[in-house]
Design a protein around this ligand. Structure first.
Ligand SMILES: O=C[C@H](O)[C@H](O)[C@H](O)COP(=O)(O)O
Length: 237
């Protein structure tokens, strides 16, 4: 199973890069997670890789850029990005996403918003048949300023969350996960999400919330590596 999933991730990422990189792309965003690893790998194989810079979305992403021999830039230097590639935890048919399973959502959203074209790479397990919250059952990841966690927890319950969990480091760290921006992550389960735009707006309005893992109206295409080795593509309508 794990080989199948790795192959699916690689197939999706390679095809997404091959089909979408603009000829004269100068600035490319690199997301976070285990699937975008293959997008960075593909970019690192290009003969013209000295002609563009890559903008990371966190520590892991920065390492990917360096390890693949790509030129590293920052979003402060390059606030206009030609194209960005990133993974997702769940994608619905309207190309709304849940992201942040790896706690990288804020910088990912910054780079995705800065990008002219935002392309998602994922495997077949991320493809929701209808709504977000169907397959990804851990809740919506929300980045918050640390000392707001108790108040934001109450607020999220008032907004209708069934469970609100301050994400913990598990065996790797005693205490909460700390993001690349020195914040906390809350996972709030809202069940099936029929209107992610509205839910995002309500959560984002809470004091203490930096951003949510709901990415709406920003994805141009999503590439999915399938179980049979094929790649399927969803495009924004
Ligand atoms: O915080 C993590 C990011 O949003 C990832 O892009 C997302 O979790 C998908 O990661 P993966 O490609 O490992 O499934």
């Amino acid at each position: 199973m794990s080989n199948l999933i790795e192959s699916a991730k690689k197939a999706a990422a390679y095809r997404a890069v091959d089909e979408n990189l603009p000829d004269h792309a100068k600035v490319i965003g690199i997301g976070s997670g285990s699937t975008v690893v293959f997008a960075a790998e593909r970019l690192g194989q290009l003969s013209n890789k000295d002609l563009f810079v890559c903008i990371p979305t966190g520590f892991q992403s920065r390492q990917l850029i360096i390890d693949n021999g790509l030129h590293l830039g920052t979003i402060e230097q390059y606030p206009k990005v030609d194209i960005a590639f990133d993974g997702a935890d769940e994608v619905d048919p309207k190309l709304n996403l849940i992201k942040g399973g790896g706690a990288c959502l804020f910088q990912e959203k910054l780079v995705a918003q800065a990008a002219k074209t935002f392309v998602v790479v994922a495997d077949f397990r991320k493809k929701s048949p209808d709504y977000l919250g169907v397959l990804w059952r851990r809740g919506v990841p929300i980045e918050i300023v640390p000392n707001s966690y108790a108040k934001v927890t109450l607020d999220l319950k008032e907004l209708g969350a069934d469970t609100v969990i301050l994400r913990q480091g598990g065996t790797a760290k005693a205490g909460p996960v700390i993001t690349d921006n020195n914040n906390f992550i809350i996972d709030a389960d809202f069940g099936l999400i029929e209107d992610p735009v509205e839910l995002h707006a309500k959560i984002k309005a809470l004091v203490g919330v930096v951003d949510t893992g709901l990415f709406t109206k920003m994805t141009a295409k999503a590439y999915f590596g399938e179980e049979d080795g094929e790649v399927s593509v969803w495009e924004a309508k």
